[in-house]
Design a binder for this molecule. Structure first.
Ligand SMILES: *[C@@H]1O[C@H](CO)[C@@H](O)[C@H](O)[C@H]1NC(C)=O
Ligand SMILES: *[C@@H]1O[C@H](CO)[C@@H](O)[C@H](O)[C@H]1NC(C)=O
Length: 278
């Protein structure tokens, strides 16, 4: 009996809490590229309350304030890495432009109701800022053609990025065996000491098992999850000693062409001979 009363009271209290100011959704990207922009969204439901303010904080420091009673309602504070585009910002959205590494951090939206409740709700999320490489992976050292047992050696390099990129070699669309791979190595960028170039070397001896029908497809893939993925692909050939070139495709083609030439000649010669005979 007593337990049931508590339960009823608890339900009434919870329903009351649900009916007050509520932060519905904080929509903040998890990753953005340097130089880009980010829209931070904060959806709230006043549930009958009157809005006093919407405030935005980065790492605990206020940078934007919307107070409907003020004129103008928007106020922002200069904060390193936080460049607010006022024209695109409102009570529910803040537009950040010219993102830099300093822009990374915890972003918090805090919504407050008017007197007498002064209810305040907030939520926060982290934004990572990535420096994406200027360009895709570059492959150096490959030759167009190899002889059997030649060393196939190449380096795949990616311009500076932050965080470091993940490079991967693919042989005929399958990940290269680990015995073919050396590295990765990283080289800190001269202009950007916080960023690094990435290198990954591929090396193996040319055998017929890697060269399917005399050709091999090599691909270097660069990934910086979740914003960036690019790849470079090339095809290379193997020249085999004559004894190993079983059923060379050229021979068949030549035979086909030769027989079709014979046929054509026959169709021309026969009518000519018939003409002479007549
Ligand atoms: C962003 O950068 C551009 C170009 O440097 C500049 O014109 C603009 O004022 C910047 N915007 C903000 C809000 O800082
Ligand atoms: C590949 O890059 C590494 C690291 O910079 C270097 O030591 C190696 O000599 C390079 N190899 C080729 C084939 O370019």
């Amino acid at each position: 009996m007593f337990g049931r009363t508590i339960l009823v009271l608890l339900l009434l209290w919870t329903q009351d809490a649900v009916r007050s100011l509520r932060l519905v959704e904080l929509r903040v990207p998890t990753h953005e590229p340097e130089g880009g922009m980010a829209l931070l969204g904060c959806q709230y439901d006043l549930e009958g309350d009157t809005l006093y303010s919407v405030k935005w904080y980065k790492d605990g420091r206020e940078f934007y304030r919307f107070v409907p009673k003020n004129d103008p309602p928007v106020y922002y504070f200069q904060t390193p890495g936080v460049n607010v585009e006022i024209g695109r910002s409102s009570n529910t959205v803040v537009a950040l432009v010219n993102l830099t590494q300093e822009s990374a951090g915890h972003y918090r939206c805090e919504v407050s109701g008017e007197a007498p409740s002064f209810a305040t709700v907030y939520r926060q999320k982290y934004i990572n800022i990535h420096l994406l490489p200027k360009g895709g992976p570059r492959v150096i050292g490959l030759k167009e053609q190899y002889n059997l047992d030649d060393l196939v050696v190449a380096n795949c390099t990616l311009p500076p990025s932050r965080p470091k990129a993940h490079l991967k070699w693919l042989v005929n669309d399958k990940p290269a065996p680990s015995s073919y791979i050396l590295g990765p190595w990283y080289r800190v960028s001269a202009e950007r000491p916080d960023a690094a170039e990435t290198f990954l070397q591929l090396s193996f001896f040319a055998t017929t098992s890697d060269f399917v029908n005399g050709a091999i497809k090599l691909k270097c893939q660069a990934t910086i999850a979740p914003l960036y993925q690019r790849e470079t692909e090339s095809t290379h050939y193997i020249s085999l000693p004559f004894s190993m070139a079983a059923h060379p495709p050229e021979a068949k083609e030549i035979r086909d062409i030769a027989s079709s030439v014979e046929n054509t000649l026959a169709t021309i010669i026969v009518p000519i001979m018939m003409l002479i005979l007549m």
